[in-house]
Design a protein around this ligand. Structure first.
Ligand code: GDP
Ligand code: MG
Length: 176
């Protein structure tokens, strides 16, 4: 089977670890200081459920609650990784606001999303309990994961789970 191309946008407040997660997944390393203003697209070939994929990750420069949802991320993106930091309450509010705008701009009731609480290695500084993240993801009918880009904990799970969600969404379309 030829490899399928899927485009994924990684979004969230600044400094939550969007670039660190993307680079950890694509290059297998943790970079300690990465220019926070850069928007980059990474490509990674990977095999998921015995299908080859070419994943394009758009590592966005970050949003806040005042950002207008960038329309270039609304039409050819198959799925979204919405990242907050478990140490930052504001970043949790920001993913809620991004999700709302995402539904608005796509006009869909459901979009493939993985909600990610990053920086689990900083457990002494935790502000958002795992349950709160899980509850929010349940509301969205999204997948929930806690990760550490630094310790490479559950990072590849984000993208594997998201691709499975994207395929499910495609399947539903084909049935209609
Ligand atoms: P972005 O602005 O969302 O792309 O965030 P970055 O990936 O640039 O990360 C912001 C800061 O958080 C950097 O100093 C990273 O080294 C740090 N960081 C990212 N992920 C983790 C993590 O899982 N654990 C810890 N302790 N620090 C992290
Ligand atoms: Mg970044």
């Amino acid at each position: 089977m030829p490899s399928k191309q899927r485009k994924i946008a990684v979004m969230g407040y600044r400094s939550v670890g969007k670039s660190s997660l993307s680079i950890q997944f694509v290059e297998g390393q943790f970079v300690d200081s990465y220019d926070p203003t850069i928007e980059n697209t990474f490509t990674k070939s990977t095999r998921i459920n015995s299908q080859d994929y070419e994943l394009k990750l758009v590592d966005t420069a970050g949003q806040d609650e005042y950002s207008i949802f960038p329309s270039q991320y609304s039409f050819d993106v198959h799925g979204y990784v919405l990242v907050y930091s478990i140490t930052n309450t504001k970043s949790f509010d920001v993913v809620k606001s991004i999700h709302e705008k995402l539904l608005d701009i796509t006009g869909k009731e459901h979009v493939p999303v993985v909600l990610v609480g990053n920086k689990t290695d900083l457990h002494m500084e935790r502000m958002i309990p795992a349950d709160e993240g899980r509850r929010l993801a349940d509301e969205w009918k999204a997948i929930f994961l806690e990760t550490s880009a630094k310790q490479n904990a559950s990072v590849s799970d984000i993208f594997h789970n998201l691709v499975s969600e994207i395929e499910k969404a495609d399947g539903n379309l084909n049935e209609k």
